[in-house]
Design a protein around this ligand. Structure first.
Ligand SMILES: NC(=O)c1ccc[n+]([C@@H]2O[C@H](COP(=O)([O-])OP(=O)(O)OC[C@H]3O[C@@H](n4cnc5c(N)ncnc54)[C@H](OP(=O)(O)O)[C@@H]3O)[C@@H](O)[C@H]2O)c1
Length: 381
């Protein structure tokens, strides 16, 4: 039995992770989990999965509502309590499914405790890539990517020698506005932006996806996860979201990884790894594949992608600036303060304004993150 600590259980990845745990009760048990403010969902998760601990992270939640215990679970309050649940010796796997760079501290704690981490929270890797890679060299911790593209590539890269591989490609659905012209993008609403054509995801990643900013973060994530130079990481638009990634070999052939656009696949793989996922996961067959299409990215329409390559190649705090500026810009967009097309403009202004440095320690990255947040919140679009 593998004991799981699930951070962000009430979100989109969190709910898919619960489905996998429920599907394999003889293999996985939910030991502990967190929500930010979704208390009713937290109660129903405790009723169904009998964990020992719940952490409620939102400081504005009144602790007297749930008290110190509900059903099987003791209840802890505050963000720092996440450290307690991820470091518990009985925990075998930590799933990082909270959104944004709030994932940094519990991820660092899980690495320090040599845990296997099913990592969905890409913002942490983007912000701290070089720092985390350094920590991993000294830790027994194993990172298995949950992002469908990275999980696909992780599986492909395991099967081929690095010396045979020319490049890797991440596919992008193109998001909510893939069929709109550049002019039409100027007036899109929040509601339209949150209406993703193929994936059901949380609001932040859905906005990211519409501007290919999710893919921009994923290019940086792939660089850090797989140690592949940016020159050898490509992105293509693939509206059907059936092929998640492919590798091109030196002999000119390509190996594609395809599955339903359902997060249950990469999550199950990351939990079972290094064992194979049982064949009984989903009995559905792939839809017809003769209509799969791939097209090049229109960089005018999606300007953030070039910026991501630019900061990625510069290294150091560049990706942290990109990520923090984006988090603030997305929040401002969701509050109705700025337009959708202002998001990449704000990122651009932040990365041009704040010097990129190669920090010697964690504080250097966190300082860049907070400088970028301040600048992005003050920047006029
Ligand atoms: N959704 C996908 O298909 C997908 C795929 C690949 C990777 N990812 C990555 O996975 C992460 C989660 O995405 P998601 O779509 O599942 O997000 P989501 O649906 O918005 O869920 C976010 C989760 O984090 C909690 N949370 C929100 N704000 C928090 C804070 N300040 N501190 C601590 N916890 C907080 C939420 O709790 P409450 O419900 O209580 O607010 C919820 O449990 C992101 O990094 C995303 O990029 C997502």
């Amino acid at each position: 039995m593998k004991e799981i600590s699930l951070l962000g259980a009430s979100g989109s990845v969190g709910e898919s992770t619960l489905k996998v745990i429920k599907r394999f009760p003889e293999v996985f048990h939910l030991r502990s989990f967190s929500v930010h403010k979704s208390l009713e969902r937290a109660k129903s998760i405790i009723d169904e999965y009998s964990p020992t601990t719940l952490v409620v992270t939102d400081p504005d939640v009144d602790p007297s509502i749930l008290g110190e215990k509900y059903g099987s679970a003791k209840i802890l309050y505050g963000f720092s309590a996440l450290d307690e649940i991820v470091s518990e010796p009985r925990v075998d796997i930590v799933v990082t499914a909270i959104v944004g760079s709030r994932g940094i501290y519990p991820t660092l704690k899980a690495i320090a405790c040599d845990k296997k981490i099913a990592i969905a929270n890409k913002e942490t890797l983007v912000t701290l890539g070089p720092y985390i890679k350094n920590l991993l060299r000294k830790s027994e911790s194993l990172l298995v990517p949950v992002d469908s593209e990275h999980n696909a590539l992780f599986q492909l890269l395991e099967k081929w020698e690095r010396s045979e591989i020319q490049s890797i490609t991440l596919t992008a659905s193109g998001g909510s506005f893939r069929d709109l012209s550049n002019d039409q993008l100027a007036n899109v609403s929040i509601k339209d932006t949150l209406n993703h054509p193929t994936w059901k995801m949380g609001p932040k990643i859905t906005v990211d996806s519409a501007g290919l900013i999710n893919k921009s973060l994923e290019v940086i994530e792939a660089h850090f996860l797989f140690d592949i130079p940016y020159e050898n990481i490509d992105v293509v638009i693939h509206p059907e979201s059936i092929v998640h990634g492919y590798i091109e070999l030196l002999d000119g052939s390509s190996i594609l990884y395809a599955s339903h656009p359902d997060m249950i696949y990469p999550i199950a793989h990351s939990l079972f790894y290094p064992k194979p996922t049982p064949s009984t996961l989903i009995s559905r067959k792939l839809p017809e594949v003769q209509n799969l299409s791939f097209r090049e990215v229109d960089h005018q329409k999606y300007p953030a992608l070039r910026l991501a390559y630019e900061v990625g190649k510069k290294g150091g705090t560049g990706p942290a600036l990109f990520n923090a500026a984006n988090e603030v810009a997305v929040e401002r967009f969701l509050k109705g303060e700025i337009r959708f097309i202002d998001i990449p403009k704000i990122i651009d202004k932040v990365i041009q304004k704040i010097p990129i440095i190669l920090p010697e320690n964690l504080d250097g990255y966190l300082h860049a993150d907070s400088l970028a947040r301040k600048t992005a919140s003050e920047t006029k679009e």
